[in-house]
Design a protein around this ligand. Sequence first.
Ligand SMILES: [Zn+2]
Length: 193
Amino acid sequence: MSKFTKEYIITMEDIVREGDPILREKTKEVSIPPTEEDKEELQCMLQYLKNSQDPILSKKYQLRAGVGLSANQIGLNKRMFASYMRQENGEALEYMLINPKIISHSTAMTYIPESEGCLSIDRSIVGYVPRYRRITVRAYNIHGEEVKIKLKDYEAIVFQHEIDHLNGILFYDHINSKNPFELPANVDITPLY
Ligand SMILES: [Zn+2]
């Protein structure tokens, strides 16, 4: 068992930061069904996101708020991530996914006007990160069952950011290096809001 059991509380000390080579590696596929260790790690990762969005716990443990966390961001070379996103209606969407893959996407793209943030990156980065507006992802859930998930807008952006992590890609790799506010040409791209 790794230290990331379901009782373990991840803090910022556990989060791997920019410069660590594991963030630049393509992570390894996880065997299905997942082991008890894989499952506990995913539950631990999801709990970090919940804690980080809780006003009392985030203060107590000094957590930076996050909506997605990939396994390599806590030093595990495994293709899996957790995501926890509150929706406008107050309900939360939570995912613990294994071997996720984008199987189709829209041609239309979007971007967050303030750029993206990342728990592994401590400096502020400006620029537009073009993302597909809609994606369909195939993955396995924590029970080892195949799932197909359709996402759009903010949720689609979060998933693309996390799947990028599993391929060793960081969000700023997508920013135009000559002009960070230049958008790709000949593409239907509009801001998220
Ligand atoms: Zn990130």
